[in-house]
Design a protein around this ligand. Structure first.
Ligand SMILES: C[S@@+](CC[C@H](N)C(=O)[O-])C[C@H]1O[C@@H](n2cnc3c(N)ncnc32)[C@H](O)[C@@H]1O
Length: 220
């Protein structure tokens, strides 16, 4: 984890990132093209979003209810919509949600987008499929942009998430979370187990020397 924190806070990398990402950038997947605002998690510069996109491309989603909790650019939600799912895309970042509405229109796709702190403003009792790509570096976020990366010094994001997520996990649905070897996996699993949630790995993928994992989350 420290290595990655060093990487993303390294002055040259930070400067390069800021120069490249000073204006909205285009990202495309499976003929869906979107504009991504600089204050939004950049799927074009990171690995986790693409791994999740490839993962759901194999899934049967026709007519399934689908939640992307913390949707960021919303590319996963748009792709799930294209695959026939009834999608709810939520985030606390209103810029992300404004851009998502525009991007949905441009791609002729319809989904439900909701401003919500975790499950606070989600009205449905559960979904057939829930996808979460969480912020996982233990540092206090200074602004909305950093909330895409940092989960709080004491893992506050996860401490709040799992007790809420518990009632959404039922025997007949699927909940997935992507994490990497670069984060404190055992700590996150221990927080989940306090809420009776277990992790089992369904995908392991090494990209640019870093192992990424998709976990299926079930009730203990
Ligand atoms: C790592 S990014 C993932 C974005 C997108 N799902 C993807 O895979 O590209 C994490 C997202 O979670 C959102 N987020 C952070 N804390 C949140 C909270 N308490 N409630 C809802 N969304 C949150 C961030 O704004 C960010 O968009």
């Amino acid at each position: 984890m420290r290595n990655f924190l060093k990487k993303i806070t390294h002055p040259f990398l930070k400067l390069g990132y800021e120069i490249y990402y000073h204006k909205p950038r285009t990202f495309c997947y499976d003929s869906i093209c979107i504009q991504v605002h600089p204050d939004v998690f950049p799927p074009q510069l990171t690995i986790s979003t693409k791994i999740l996109l490839d993962f759901i491309s194999e899934k049967e989603l026709e007519n399934k209810s689908f939640l992307e909790l913390g949707c960021g650019s919303g590319i996963i939600s748009l792709f799930a919509t294209k695959k026939g799912a009834k999608v709810t895309a939520s985030d606390i970042n209103t810029t992300a949600l404004d851009f998502l509405s525009e991007n949905a229109l441009k791609n002729n796709l319809q989904l439900n987008s909701v401003e919500s702190d975790l499950f606070q403003s989600i009205n449905e009792p559960t979904f057939d499929c829930i996808i979460i790509n969480p912020p996982y570096y233990p540092k206090k976020p200074k602004n909305i942009k950093e909330q895409a990366w940092f989960c709080g010094e004491h893992f506050e994001y996860f401490e709040a998430l799992f007790p809420q997520l518990k009632s959404y996990i039922i025997a007949t649905n699927e909940t997935y979370m992507i994490l990497s070897e670069d984060c404190e996996l055992e700590k996150i699993k221990a927080i989940a187990s306090k809420s009776g949630i277990a992790f089992s790995m369904v995908v392991e993928k090494k990209v640019v020397g870093e192992k990424n994992y998709i976990f299926s989350l079930t009730s203990l």
